[in-house]
Design a protein around this ligand. Structure first.
Ligand code: AMP
Length: 190
């Protein structure tokens, strides 16, 4: 089973991914984490993407596409991936379908966490104190939310058309969201 978890910054994608990883024995593929690792390890790619990430914009489809192929092609993760923060554009969604097809896999469910800008601001403010992410200032968080609003609609439509999309109320408490997501995943497991 492969899952896509989708939603604006601060929606709880990372938190819910970790819950799903534990409960359903999947592997989390967070493009945000992979990109932050590149920066932390001071790689050439890291220096190229640093300013993009800290402006709240998206990194190019090609860069993230290259990063995920390593993961998808790994037999240990076959049909056991939760895509956290990928895809974020229509091109990425189509690329992901092609890539999964190449490795004889598919997406089984897309979970969209819905939250308001007010909630995003509040959660990012709280996270900033703990994680110290350089892109978690209020100003950049708002920019990231706007970037999400701009690029997400075609992705949502794409998954609606393929009947994979399930919308989850991301405003609820963590245990409530956990159980809603579990129920949805159980239905597709049959
Ligand atoms: P995240 O940790 O998912 O909030 O991602 C942090 C930042 O990494 C985003 O604001 C983007 O700049 C970049 N990023 C993460 N995933 C993607 C993606 N799928 N496509 C483009 N940029 C991404």
């Amino acid at each position: 089973m492969n899952i896509v978890i989708f939603g604006p910054p601060g929606a709880g994608k990372g938190t819910q991914s970790k819950f799903i990883v534990n409960k359903f024995k999947l592997h989390q593929l967070s493009t945000g984490d992979l990109l932050r690792n590149e920066i932390k390890n001071k790689t050439k790619l890291g220096s190229e993407i640093y300013s993009i990430i800290n402006s709240g914009e998206l990194v190019s489809d090609q860069i993230v596409g290259n990063l995920i192929e390593k993961f998808v092609s790994n037999n240990d993760y076959k049909n056991k991936i939760i895509f956290d923060g990928y895809p974020r554009t229509l091109i990425q969604a189509k690329n992901l379908d092609d890539l999964l097809k190449k490795y004889k896999q598919k997406i089984d469910i897309v979970l969209k966490l819905s939250v308001s800008l007010e909630t995003v601001k509040k959660r990012i403010f709280e996270r900033q104190a703990i994680e110290k992410r350089t892109d978690d200032s209020e100003e950049i968080a708002i920019k990231r939310y706007k970037t999400y609003e701009k690029s997400s609609e075609p992705v949502i439509d794409y998954y609606k058309q393929s009947n994979l999309l399930k919308v989850v109320n991301g405003e609820a408490g963590i245990p409530e969201i956990n159980s809603e997501i579990s129920g949805l995943i159980d239905t597709i497991k049959g």
